[in-house]
Ligand binder design. Sequence first.
Ligand SMILES: Nc1ncnc2c1ncn2[C@@H]1O[C@H](COP(=O)(O)OP(=O)(O)OP(=O)(O)O)[C@@H](O)[C@H]1O
Length: 312
Amino acid sequence: MPASALAFDAVTKRFGDFTAVDALSFAVPEGSVFGFLGGNGAGKTTSLRMALDILTPTSGSIVVLGQPPSRENAAAIGFLPEERGLYKKMSVLDTIVYFGRLKRMEAGAAKAAAMALLERLELADRAKSPIEKLSKGMAQKVQVATALVNSPRLLMLDEPFSGLDPVNQAMLEDLIAEAAKGGATVIFSTHVMQHAERLCDRLLLLARGRKAFEGTLDEARGALPSRLVLAARMDPAGLPGVARARRLSGEGEWQEYEVELADGAPPEALLAHCTANGVALNRFDVHRPSLHEAFIHFVGADPATTRQETVR
Ligand SMILES: Nc1ncnc2c1ncn2[C@@H]1O[C@H](COP(=O)(O)OP(=O)(O)OP(=O)(O)O)[C@@H](O)[C@H]1O
């Protein structure tokens, strides 16, 4: 097991009577890309703020890069806050260099890193523009650059994709993947499952401050049975591994069935059985559950419903 870049142990955060984060425990392995997923108000931002020592937990403990949250390891951390804010009059380049200097970089190194990032983000021609002359998406990219400038060991990005068009979202996905390849641990929050699906090694699903799931993408999707549609000449209900089969359509020789497999029965085993035993098929489509479907399974489509009510 690699060391954890971030670990929560039974962390609770209350604001008055309201519990925003409730006995939350999870660990982010060093060098991984970790998705922090949850609907609005799930507690993502509150959790990240506690990890950064902006908020103090009501109870429980947090370890960040081997120590309790404090400003001392700020130089090793890059942070993109949810509410974006940069000095409007400062130039793009000066802004990024300023953040690099805050992270104790030498002026020359900060400038070189800032220019390289601006090239990478296709903003080099805006280096001298004041922030106020940028579009919202461009300003967001500059803010991403402020989080990356010091090549942090730990990158925490709160909703990094919001406000970016699809091209820039893809660019940011590439940047995150590159940072991870270079050895950084990346934690990002989102409620868009597709980003997590493409990027994450592990993920945490939060629902109203509580952990609904922690694990790999495959584990999340594996919690739901695969949906299988096949066309056969015979009812597949009696075949090994088939829990239920429902006829969908078909006339004449070939009938289409939706097949529910028994828990843990892989679709490949059914296909191999049919091939070996001369069961003719002219369609065999496996639909693996998406992370979105897994999210609904764990969290419930309606945030007001409880987990018990929605888990099948
Ligand atoms: N300073 C505060 N005082 C009172 N309640 C707060 C405070 N900060 C957050 N909350 C509440 O805690 C809950 C969790 O908020 P948080 O911002 O962590 O959610 P989130 O998962 O980041 O949501 P979103 O996706 O909408 O940004 C919300 O109900 C919010 O209203």
